[in-house]
Write a protein that binds this ligand. Structure first.
Ligand SMILES: *Cc1c(COP(=O)(O)O)cnc(C)c1O
Length: 331
């Protein structure tokens, strides 16, 4: 690691991204507090303008570039919440954003990216080929390559979420967050553990393809076999050449859990029914982990990062089916 990130980087990020990304509310969940005999708080990053916390890191990455680089523009390969966030931040800041995607990206995602203002470069038949094209454009056109998680500015931006939680409720005992590439847990963990080392940071992934958890178990970044999941925003690897998030997750995350699809489905339905919120699977994994692993939270103060709400009707219907609900009959 060339340089260590500190809480100072997160404060700088916070000042930069103010006005682009929201400082989101931390609301008490009456129903979860009652159910687990605890104080449960929901950090509502689903309310960010692009529907996910990723805007924090994307905005900080663009704002951290020098003016000449901003004028030339940036390129990424993320088709999910990060690509959308980068496109939005680029449009707001007048920075040209190219997103390289493979021919296999589904039409609804392509449309969402196009509407967010990105220039799409369709290349290759896999995510890896699209990524190679992104790196080629970086070299050929002098664009800055902005990766979705393994980048110090992105991590510092995501860290502002953790800073806000402890500013609002300094005596939180545990924080749950979805874990994929680890940008969120690395940044949030840095903020939370620096402010209060006693606060536990817990990362949660789906059962199949939990790249960071498998890498931590192996002691080095490893490749995993992916499978479709309700928590589709948690898919993808951590990169075999991971430079930042692997080491930071190792250092700042206290525990990791995996959750089944059925538990994710039930947790999503909990959000709909009790919190009156429609959230994506990746945002519901913390609640799923408490249920599946029967974690004893009694008397404790617990925050859950509700990380996003970008959900297709098909995925929501699948969640209802898995949870044993018949939405069209009950709604
Ligand atoms: C990206 C994402 C995550 C996981 O973040 P990482 O930084 O990749 O670990 C969790 N929830 C949502 C909604 C996401 O889009």
């Amino acid at each position: 690691m060339s340089k260590q990130l500190t809480l100072h980087d997160i404060y700088l990020a916070r000042r930069r991204i103010a006005g682009l990304a929201l400082r989101t509310p931390l609301l008490r969940s009456e129903s979860l507090s009652r159910r687990w005999n605890c104080e449960a708080w929901l950090k509502l990053d689903n309310l960010q303008p692009t529907g996910a916390f990723k805007l924090r890191g994307a905005a900080n990455a663009l704002l951290g570039l020098d003016p000449a680089q901003r004028a030339r523009g940036v390129v990424t390969m993320s088709t999910g919440n990060f690509g959308r966030a980068l496109a939005y931040a680029g449009q707001r800041l007048g920075v040209p954003v190219k997103v390289c995607i493979s021919r296999l990206v589904p039409a609804n995602k392509v449309e969402a990216l196009r509407q967010s203002g990105a220039e799409l470069v369709i290349h290759g038949a896999s995510q890896d080929e699209a990524d190679l094209e992104a790196r080629r454009l970086r070299d050929e056109q002098g664009l800055a390559y902005v990766p979705p998680f393994d980048d110090p500015l992105v991590i510092a931006g995501q860290g502002t979420c953790g800073l806000e939680i402890l500013e609002e409720q300094p005596d939180i005992d545990l924080v749950f967050a979805g874990l994929s590439g680890g940008g969120l847990v690395a940044g949030l963990g840095l903020a939370v553990k620096t402010i209060n080392p006693a606060t536990e940071v817990i990362g949660v992934s789906m059962n199949q393809g939990a790249a960071m958890l498998e890498s931590l178990a192996a002691g080095r970044p490893v490749q995993v076999v992916e499978a479709p999941s309700l928590a589709d925003s948690l898919g993808g690897g951590i990169g075999l050449d991971n430079a930042w998030t692997f080491a930071m997750t190792q250092r700042y995350m206290d525990r990791g859990y995996r959750v089944d699809e059925v538990q994710i489905a039930r947790a999503m339905l909990h959000f709909l029914r009790e919190e009156k919120m429609l959230v994506e699977g990746a945002a519901a994994v913390g609640v799923a982990a408490v249920e599946q692993h029967r974690l004893d939270l009694s008397g404790r103060r617990v925050a859950f990062v509700v990380s996003g709400q970008n959900l297709s009707t098909e995925t929501f219907a699948e969640a209802c089916r898995l949870a044993g609900e018949r939405p069209y009959e009950n709604l």
